[in-house]
Design a protein around this ligand. Sequence first.
Ligand code: PGA
Length: 229
Amino acid sequence: MKKPIVLGNWKANKTLEEAQRWIEVYKQVANIVTKTTVVLCPGFIHLSLFNAAKLGIDLGVQDISQFSSGAYTGETCAGMIKDLARYALIGHSERRINLGETDRIVVDKVKQALENTITPVVCVSELTQAEFLVREVPGFSETGIWLYEPLDAISTGPVGKPQDPKLANEFASCLKVIAEDAQIIYGGSVSADNVSMYLSESGLSGIGVGGASLDPHQFASLVLAAEKY
Ligand code: PGA
């Protein structure tokens, strides 16, 4: 496997002060991480704090606008972000469900990210979502990352149970049929207890974590687990 990816998604959590405390704790492990690509997607408001902290973590945002710039009140466009973050999560199921984000909007956001040299990390729970993206952006897998997150697996969802790693690997194999070079990471209730099982699956290039990324000790333990692969 290439360098495994551990991607944390803070969702709508943490004040600046809480973020600063997280940074202080994470600093203790930061300098021993060499073999893992660590990407953290905190809130927009936290990006400058993280950039100043120099933790050796790549930064991502949890969303970007589908528009390039202009009269779109409240939007944060890729061009505004590109100096602050290298990755953008796009199409998380919480946005698809709560904010009506469609496959078309996801495609527009991916194009914005790519035009601004931001690596898109597209969340999918079904193959049809991936098929649409591959049709519209055929070269997606050359730079983009797929984050496979089955809806039932997300810890804060109604079911909240991690998916069997073998099933996640099967999904990855199917995805590779339509997107040959796909780099696929799995997300959904990943914890210190199950992380090795996902990292051991040949079709998976890493993990995405929501809840466990909020605690710097837990996040660090997942990163240290990934260092062994
Ligand atoms: P979880 O969240 O790790 O808390 O299940 C994953 C996600 O929604 O990205």
